[in-house]
Design a protein around this ligand. Structure first.
Ligand code: SAM
Length: 282
């Protein structure tokens, strides 16, 4: 396992993923009943943008850095507020040093009745993650393969909630592993929200994943994409997408408000664009 998210924290992929995650959690808060979040590929939880890893790539400057420097129209600001408030709360002196990963973001948006299960496989990153949430009775950290966690921990006893699935895409068959694990987990928990993130690199792999969802009989699937375009010949990641099973009914409209603005702010070059598509109807 070579991937370390510290090199990428706050980048264009994190911006899309964490905005969507915040909207999903805010939606879950609409009912009083407790919910559980399973974050299968948790990373270290929160990131220090002054660390040598993060500083070496500076990817956050093209991502969250641009968002924080931009003028945000009121309608978009209202939707981004939960995410931006968590970032502000982590940086109380007004400077920007701390960036909440998916675990810290989810934790900050939970109520006292809600629970968070975090799995992470990298031994060192797991240690850092476990340290961050030590003594927090609402959070369980487990050193485990996230694909196994999907099979073992769903459905949650709360019955409501979401699984956020954010693999490292270090292996070539990641989409196929993802297809097998997500389809199996959905069969056990057909009412849960599943939010899957991927880089926009391997269109064939993505199609195989989407075909597997359809063949399994999964209904109500939304896809979101943000492509920032090619800034130069060495551009590695043009952007990222998310596939959401059982999305809140508000999500497509919210993202149609956010993505046109976000794609202007994060634009890097030719080919940039965004998309919100109901891939499979309810
Ligand atoms: N979700 C995090 C966030 O938004 O802050 C970032 C996660 S990062 C993209 C992917 C993480 O998955 C890495 O920390 C990596 O060590 C971990 N990982 C890789 N393979 C895994 C597996 N099979 N099970 C669990 N974690 C894994």
């Amino acid at each position: 396992m070579n991937y370390r998210h510290a090199y990428h924290a706050g980048n264009i992929g994190d911006v899309l993923k964490h905005i969507v995650l915040s909207l999903l959690i805010v939606y879950l808060q609409r009912k009083d009943k407790p919910f559980r979040i399973l974050d299968t590929h948790a990373g270290i939880g929160q990131y220090d943008l002054t660390s040598k890893e993060t500083a070496r790539t500076g990817e956050w400057r093209q991502g969250v850095g641009k968002v924080l420097a931009a003028d945000i129209p009121e309608t978009v600001e209202t939707l981004l507020k939960p995410w931006l408030d968590v970032i502000s709360a982590q940086n109380p002196d007004g400077s920007f040093k701390a960036y909440p990963g998916s675990p810290a973001l989810a934790r900050a948006l939970m109520r006292p009745v809600d629970r968070l299960t975090l799995t992470e496989l990298h031994p060192e990153d797991f240690k850092t993650l476990a340290g961050l949430f030590q003594g927090d009775h609402q959070v369980k950290t487990i050193h485990l393969d996230g694909w196994l966690a999907l099979g073992s921990f769903l459905p949650p006893k709360e019955k409501r909630g979401l699984a956020i699935i954010d693999p490292a895409f270090e292996v070539t068959d990641e989409f196929d592993r993802m297809a097998r694990a997500v389809c199996k987990a959905w069969k056990k928990w057909q009412t849960g929200i599943f939010a899957v993130w991927y880089p926009l690199k391997d269109r064939k792999g993505l199609s195989r994943f989407h075909d597997a969802l359809a063949e399994t009989g999964i209904r109500d699937v939304l896809t979101l994409e943000l492509n920032v375009g090619k800034s130069g010949p060495d551009t590695v990641m043009l952007g990222s997408g998310m596939t959401i099973i059982n999305p809140p009914f508000t999500l497509a409209a919210d993202m149609k408000e956010i993505l046109p603005w976000l794609s202007r702010v994060l634009h890097q070059g030719p080919g940039a664009g965004w998309q919100v598509e109901q891939l499979i109807e309810e």
